[in-house]
Structure formats: C-alpha cells, structure tokens
Design a protein around this ligand. Structure first.
Ligand SMILES: Nc1ncnc2c1ncn2[C@@H]1O[C@H](COP(=O)(O)OP(=O)(O)OP(=O)(O)O)[C@@H](O)[C@H]1O
Ligand SMILES: NC(=[NH2+])NCCC[C@H](N)C(=O)O
Length: 311
C-alpha cells in the first residue's frame, strides 16, 4: 500500500499556494503595515477600529488567517479606507469573530453597551407580540415604524469575501422574504409596532425553517457587521420631536439614556429632513428579540413624554 501512496503523493499532491497556506502573503502584510501607520496618524479619526486596534493587538493579529483565508486586512480594510467610519471593521467569515477576537471583542463590548467577552447571548425569544403598545395613538409624532433583522447563510463567507458565485445563491432569498410578508396581515386594531414586528417574526420563522443560518453559541446570529449580531434586530421609528431635536446633540443624549440611537431620515450617516429622525434600539446583542423591540418601544414612549413636557 505504501508504494502506490507514494506515487499518488508524487503526482497529485503539491505545496499549498500562498493564498491556501496559513501564512499572510507579502503584499497583504505591506498593506497592513502601511494601513496601520495611516490609522495611527489619523488623529481626528473617531472609529472603534482606531480606538481598539492598538499596536499590541495589531502585532498579535497581523499574521492570523481563518480557514477560508480571511486576514486582518479583510477585517479592517473598510475602516482604513473610510476614516470617518463609526465602527470600521467587518467580519469576512464566521470564524473571524474568534480568530480576530482581540479586536472584535472590545468593539462589540463598546457598541452593544457592555456585552463582555464572558457574556453569552440569550436564546431567540420573540415574546408575545400582542403585548406591544401603540406608541402614538393620535399620530402626533410617529411617522412610520420599521423592524428589520439580518441573517447569513451558514457555511458561506460574509460580504467582504463573498465571491460572485456565492452572491448568486443569496439572490433568491429577498424574494422569499417579500412573498412571506405580503401574504401576512393583521387586523387594523392591533398597535402599529405589533403589526410591523409580527410580520418580521413570521417571515424570519418561515425562512429559518428552510435555510440554515450562521449562528454562534456566544454571539447569536452572525452577520458581517459587528453591530448586527445576536438578535441583529433594529426596531425604529421615523419620528418628529421638534422641541427635543432643536439640537441633534441634545436629542442624541436624551436617546442614549434609553440605549437608543439617532439617525437621519435616510438612515445611517444622513441628516434629518423636515424634522424627521430615525430612532432605534442601539444594542442588538445580549438581549432577546422581544427585549430589543421593547427597548425601542419603551424608550420612544419616554422621549415622547419628554417632548410633551418640554417648554
Ligand atoms: N421607521 C422607519 N420608517 C421608514 N423608513 C425607515 C425607518 N427606519 C429606517 N428606515 C429607512 O431604512 C433605510 C435603511 O436604513 P439604514 O441604512 O440606516 O440601516 P439598516 O437598513 O437598518 O441597516 P444598518 O443598520 O446595518 O445600516 C433608510 O432609507 C431609512 O430611511
Ligand atoms: N450599516 C451598518 N452595518 N452600520 C454599522 C457600521 C457602518 C460603517 N462601516 C461604519 O463603521 O460606520
């Protein structure tokens, strides 16, 4: 048996190429080193990448590679190119959250309001959708409500390393979501938040029954963005709070007390148009789906109270 095996080795095995090997290639290493220097020099950069990629962490991670071949450069490239990023890192695949944990963990803890490396995301729990209330029965403040979440297919790389072939597989998925949500409706008397949230719960449960999603014992559902982990759920209202929002900083400070995040009308990194702000739960990890949507609901109710009380 030894002889044919040796022959097999001789003719069919070969040294791994650099991209297959565990080593980070020279070009990547050069880009990493120059990128890190650029980041060090960018004194006005406020990203979490800049905050947590210390020299020590950089040295420890620059030679690391995941089984799918992702390097630290794949993780930090976006933040190096866009120094005005709020976060600045993405996970190229599920394993990156472990291999590059010395960078991901502090970023996750900072963004998700104290989720520590020893913390574990709770099991999925959509709760009792009928217990959610009408935020604004007279329609004075809330313009619209949205609840969204993200999912990644198990076993595939995430966006930064997704190839054309894999991207084609995901094309059919949004079509399934819209089909599922369209056939589902609720009587008009249930609260606004309940209707929107129920549609999402129904859609997610249906799709989950057909497709395996990327999930981690500690971090819950995984996506390429460390802001969208755990429940990955962002429940938001488009809301007009003219008094509280005279100055965006004041609005942001009031919202932060309830773990809420303020965005502009057209989403992240945009300004408010016609006094409309997008306010949503900031943390999506370390709490259940129900608690996430409640965080939005309860916080918005408090902001509306503050608006009414303002001079
Ligand atoms: N309550 C809402 N009503 C109507 N539109 C909304 C509401 N909340 C968000 N949107 C719209 O959803 C779009 C997408 O928002 P945005 O890009 O900020 O983030 P996202 O899709 O939630 O994902 P991520 O947080 O990962 O960026 C924007 O155009 C925004 O105007
Ligand atoms: N859409 C998101 N996933 N938002 C979170 C981060 C977005 C962007 N990469 C940044 O760092 O500012």
């Amino acid at each position: 048996l030894r002889w044919p095996l040796r022959l097999w080795d001789k003719f069919f095995s070969r040294e791994p190429t650099v991209s297959e090997s565990k080593m980070v290639d020279e070009v990547t290493m050069e880009k990493l080193n120059s990128g890190f220097q650029k980041l060090q020099k960018a004194t006005d950069c406020k990203s979490l990448l800049k905050k947590y990629l210390t020299k020590d962490v950089f040295e420890k991670l620059k030679n690391e590679k995941t089984k799918m071949g992702a390097t630290l450069l794949d993780v930090i490239q976006s933040g190096l190119e866009n120094l005005d990023s709020g976060v600045g890192i993405y996970a190229p695949d599920a394993e990156s959250y472990t291999v590059f944990s010395q960078l991901f963990n502090p970023v996750i803890q900072d963004y998700h309001v104290g989720f520590k490396p020893t913390d574990k995301h709770p099991p999925k729990d959509f709760g009792d959708v009928s217990t959610l209330v009408d935020l604004d029965p007279d329609g004075e403040f809330v313009v619209s409500t949205r609840v969204r979440c993200g999912r990644s297919l198990e076993g595939y790389p995430f966006n930064p390393c997704l190839t054309e072939a894999v991207r084609n597989i995901s094309v059919s998925i949004p079509a399934q979501v819209s089909l599922v949500t369209r056939v589902y409706s609720r009587p008009a008397q249930v609260s606004l938040v309940t209707r929107v949230y129920s549609r999402l719960v129904h859609a997610v449960n249906n799709i989950e029954a057909k497709l395996p999603f990327s999930h981690d014992g500690r971090l819950g559902f995984l996506t390429f963005c460390p802001t969208n982990l755990g429940t990955t759920m962002r429940a938001s209202v488009h809301i007009k709070l003219p008094k509280l929002s005279k100055d965006r900083k004041t609005l942001e400070q009031a919202a932060a007390k309830y773990n809420l995040q303020v965005r502009g009308t057209r989403g992240e990194h945009t300004e408010s148009e016609g006094g409309v702000h997008d306010i949503s739960n900031k943390r999506r990890l370390g709490l259940t789906e129900y608690q996430a949507v409640r965080e939005m609901q309860d916080g918005i109710l408090e902001l509306i109270k503050l608006e009414r009380a303002a001079e």
